[in-house]
Design a protein around this ligand. Sequence first.
Ligand code: NAI
Length: 356
Amino acid sequence: MIEETAIVTVEPNKLLQLIKEKLMAAGLKEAHAQETAKHLVFADACGIHSHGAVRVDYYAERIAKGGVTIEPEIVFEKTGASTGIVHGDNGVGQYVCDEALKYAIDLVQESGLALVGVSRTSHSGALSYYVKKAAEKGYLALAMCQSDPMVVPFGGKQTYFGTNPIAFSAPRKGSNPIVFDMATTVQAWGKILDARSKNKEIPDTWAVDAEGNPTTNPHNVNGLLPISGPKGYGLMMMVDILAGTLLGLPFGKHVSSMYADLTEKRNLGQIYLLIDPARFTDSEVFKENIDKMVDELHEIEPAKGFDQVYYPGELSQTRYDKYMAEGIPIAASIYDYLVSDTVHFNQYGGKGAFAE
Ligand code: NAI
């Protein structure tokens, strides 16, 4: 048994300010630190603690060591009526990918469809942040990105693909969009990090140790498992091809590792597909039908052990509304770091993918 650490509740604006100041102390420009902090607060408020404030120490170390471009030249290259590539120049991921989303939204407004790749960025965080923003403007949105090769392919011993997440969002009539957002692994690596920060055991279905055996100790993880064996393995390959190979970026085991060399840029890829429903159907009827779908899902009788059927993203939305109003729970160890004078603990650089 490992001992769990304490949780503290932090007012959202205070959390945003603390994160922003820490990232600026590491070297980020204000606009970039502001957007990154906004994104991380969103993630924690949604209960996606794997992609919230837990990341600040690592980001600060990478920024301070030169692994992120401080003043990136972000360039949109339009490659067709509905296509384009945003060259991110390895700026901080949350800022670059948010800028790229703006270009994608302009393009979908223009042509009804946008397929926009983000070439050379750093870690982009929780993808729901981006797709939800697009859906709030009335578009269907799909986002995918590459991540470090930390997953054992189906039937293999060594890691090859990343946790390569997929997020999807669709607008509703007068409510928050539905948002589906998942790593193609049983759990995202950030969930392991979150468990580490809280010294909390993980289920034995998430990951394997150095011997390839299932482990419940987050500190012993040495490979993640794809969702549903060969099916998740296929999905993560699809993501890597669309968000990496298609953009001429490194793929599979050649994707840069999060912790290997913090002085090097990461050169990661991300892709957005945005669709204007009005190009296919009456967009108001479309939104009403999404609402109807949600209502019908809510009417389904819950199975034993469940209180109700939720639409994808509903629990995150409920947490977001509650935490933004009442304060966001984060690990006390993270809060202590955020209020301290320490810019970063210098603990990630030069480590393997599964750094302690
Ligand atoms: P998760 O397992 O917590 O949730 C997956 C999906 O299931 C979500 O859409 C959630 O709303 C839905 N869900 C959960 N419980 C539900 C219920 N009872 N009823 C209905 N729907 C339910 O997510 P996961 O796989 O741990 O991913 C966490 C985050 O990590 C995501 O935001 C993802 O984008 C991010 N990520 C980012 C990476 C990057 O490199 N930028 C890499 C990998 C993941």
